[in-house]
Design a protein around this ligand. Structure first.
Ligand code: FAD
Length: 285
């Protein structure tokens, strides 16, 4: 199927983009086009105007500001994989990008597009939630910075207003031991189950910081805050960890579809949490 007829415009600056977006109530931004192009072709989306933000230079920046890395919305998955700045300061994000889709999609797809698309099975969100990322949103009238946790509202739904553009993602530098796991049927598929975790501990094994997030949930990717608070400050035994993981996973609501039933996904999620949290917590003691 072909998209409905539409106007396509390239913006060279943010101001140009804001002015174009204000011309039509149903105008949409196109970044890497990897998600929106199929939506246009299937006529799930039919905007009358598509504003291409790829030429806007500032959206391509990767910048270290003190303890935060600012990544422009138009930075592609491939650029994340190849950036030495990201490798040094956010190795967990780089590892996450390596497992997104295939080479072609990694060459075109962007971090901003992936966040705004809010596919509950996408790979960045669990990692970015564990890293306490924030997103910067700009419009012709205002600029706001929002926790990613508040930006993702539900499946394919984010807290963005008409005319706003996500310009960058701000992520505190983090070089702590981490684990990122994507369980998929084939290498380029979306995740059937996924997790991202950061664990810091004292030499005696006491957990000083723990952040755990899971993806492929029917509503949205989420932080497992109760599990975190049960484990923080503790020196758990393996059996305690397994018990707490089983209890926490009972409260999850994974996607239930042809790629995996909710029951199956719960079991996989419990297994990857036990194995990978286990090696972060018990490795090296
Ligand atoms: C076959 C296939 C397999 C895939 N597999 C995976 C996978 O395994 N893991 C994974 O994580 N992802 C996967 N993806 C998604 C891919 O990572 C896309 O890059 C991503 O979803 C969208 O990024 P994009 O830059 O192409 O955005 P676009 O398609 O250009 O835009 C997506 C949406 O976000 C909006 N938007 C984009 N940028 C902005 C912005 N800066 N401000 C405001 N709104 C914006 C657009 O209006 C549109 O609604 C896959 C996609 C395809 C087609």
């Amino acid at each position: 199927m072909y998209p409905k007829p539409l106007t396509y415009k390239k913006a060279k600056t943010l101001d140009e983009a804001f002015s174009m977006l204000s011309q039509n109530d149903d105008a949409r931004v196109i970044a890497g086009g990897q998600s929106i192009m199929p939506m246009l072709k299937l006529r799930i989306a039919s905007p009358s105007l598509l504003v291409d933000i790829a030429p806007i230079r500032e959206l391509h920046e990767i910048r270290l500001d003190g303890n935060n890395l600012t990544i422009g919305a138009m930075v592609t998955h491939r650029e994340i994989i190849e950036s030495s700045e990201i490798g040094k300061n956010l190795p967990m994000l780089q590892e996450t990008a390596r497992h997104i889709a295939d080479v072609q999609i990694r060459n075109r797809g962007t971090i901003g597009g992936s966040i705004c698309e809010a596919d509950p099975s996408a790979d960045y969100a669990p990692t970015l939630l564990a890293l306490d990322a924030k997103v910067v949103l700009k419009s012709s009238r205002e600029e706001r910075t929002v926790d990613l946790d508040d930006f993702i509202v539900g499946p394919f739904e984010v807290n963005i207003n008409q005319g706003e553009i996500l310009t960058s993602v701000i992520i505190p530098v983090n070089r702590s031991p981490y684990s990122v796991v994507k369980y998929a049927r084939r290498s380029a598929d979306f995740a059937v189950a996924s997790m991202a975790a950061i664990v810091e501990k004292k030499p005696d094994g006491t957990i000083t910081d723990i952040r755990v997030a899971v993806g492929a949930q029917s509503d949205r990717p989420l932080r497992m805050k109760e599990l975190e608070s049960l484990l923080k400050g503790q020196k758990p035994q393996k059996k305690d960890l397994y018990l707490e993981v089983d209890k926490a996973v009972e409260h999850l609501d994974p996607i239930d579809d042809i790629h995996g039933s909710a029951e199956y996904r719960k079991e996989v999620t419990a297994n990857i949490l036990k194995t990978n949290l286990g090696s972060l917590i018990f490795g090296g003691i």
